[in-house]
Design a protein. Structure first.
Length: 365
């Protein structure tokens, strides 16, 4: 059933806002949902959140039968020792205007090289695999999400820097050239990719592992409708940043020169997923308040526009050009065993919500 709410928040830095957000629970599923993408026909494809070690890494949801099946098929979701043409550990997932669903495989569950796998949903064939060699990742890398920039012909990956017990200090951006497969690691340990000492606090409880607050580096990432600006931020951080893509990709700029061209765009709450609409309004998943927040382009003010008690750890947020909705997952990450003295408190059902953005969203990012 559709709901209407006046979006407001008592959180510091998030203002009262009179815009109504039309939203609903789109799907109820049995496993934690990570990030969301769409086929060329608008069918929903999503990653099972890797935090819970799912059997099937990526699935496609059938809205008619309300069931999920392995995507692109079961073979690609079955690890083996003979080759690496399978999905090991996927969170980030995006689609492009050519009907290709790109899956960012962190490769942490199996001894394989991290990679980006593209599946063409028009031809139903493998499009291409791009590998992330040791030169582009650190021992504590956790490639979390990405932008698929078909204008400049690159993938831009947000590396959180918390893999293998990392503390976020190696957070960075990774650029992959679509033509050559060449990779570059940028802004590692930079002021804009590092987490701030702002713990994630849900229901009064800081998110911590073995008594130490988990601080996550560069996480949310998106680009505007013309691929002019890249927006990104650490999950634990009070600032949203942006940089012109032409500057980020300019190999002639030193990192010091690049630093001077990065803008502090706005304030923000701790957030995971990030999306954008055609007017430049940014949509971010504010997990501490069970919400999706928006940063308005007109004045950079922040407002919760959708809040629901079942939106536990809002994670990925993506726009479906076919039906005009933004979709957002509720992953329950904070209820996992590592944060709760070894006891997994996350439980089914898990929810996928959808809502109408303020204006048309940007589909292919």
């Amino acid at each position: 059933m559709k709901k209407y709410i006046l979006a407001f928040s008592m959180m510091i830095g998030i203002s009262a806002y009179a815009q109504k957000a039309d939203y609903e629970v789109f799907a109820t599923v049995e496993q934690s949902v990570g990030n969301i993408a769409f086929t060329h026909q608008g069918d929903l494809v999503y990653s099972h959140h890797p935090f819970f070690n799912p059997k099937f890494r990526v699935v496609k949801y059938n809205a008619q039968t309300k069931t999920s099946t392995p995507f692109p098929n079961e073979e690609w979701n079955t690890p083996r020792e003979t080759d690496d043409h399978y999905l090991s550990n996927v969170l980030g997932i995006r689609n492009d205007e050519n009907g290709i669903v790109w899956m960012l495989d962190m490769g942490q569950r199996n001894p394989i090289t991290p990679k980006i796998v593209g599946w063409n949903t028009i031809t139903e064939q493998l499009e291409r695999i791009y590998y992330l060699p040791e030169t582009s990742v650190a021992p504590t890398s956790q490639p979390n999400d990405m932008v698929v920039d078909t204008k400049h012909g690159v993938f831009i990956i947000a590396d959180e820097g918390i893999g293998n017990g990392g503390n976020g200090n190696t957070a960075a951006l990774i650029v992959v050239d679509m033509k050559t497969g060449e990779t570059r690691r940028l802004l590692q340990g930079h002021r804009t990719t590092l987490p701030e000492n702002l713990p994630t606090i849900i229901n009064g409880k800081p998110l911590a592992v073995n008594g130490k607050n988990l601080l996550v580096g560069c996480d949310g990432i998106t680009a505007d409708k013309n691929f002019d600006w890249l927006y990104y931020a650490p999950l634990n951080g009070s600032k949203m940043y942006r940089v012109k893509l032409d500057d980020l990709l300019n190999k002639n700029l030193t990192e010091t020169e690049l630093d001077t061209r990065i803008e502090t765009y706005s304030e923000k709450p701790n957030n995971g997923g990030l999306s954008i609409d055609v007017d430049g309004n940014l949509y971010l998943t504010a997990m501490e308040s069970n919400s999706v927040a928006v940063i308005l382009a007109k004045d950079k003010s922040i407002h919760n526009i959708v809040t629901d008690e079942k939106m536990l750890w809002a994670d990925g947020v993506s726009y479906n050009q076919v039906d005009g909705y933004m979709y957002v997952s509720a992953a329950q990450v904070h209820l996992g065993a590592v944060f709760n003295n070894g006891k997994n408190l996350a439980k089914a059902p898990f929810f996928i919500f959808r809502f109408k953005p303020l204006v048309k969203g940007v589909s292919f990012r």
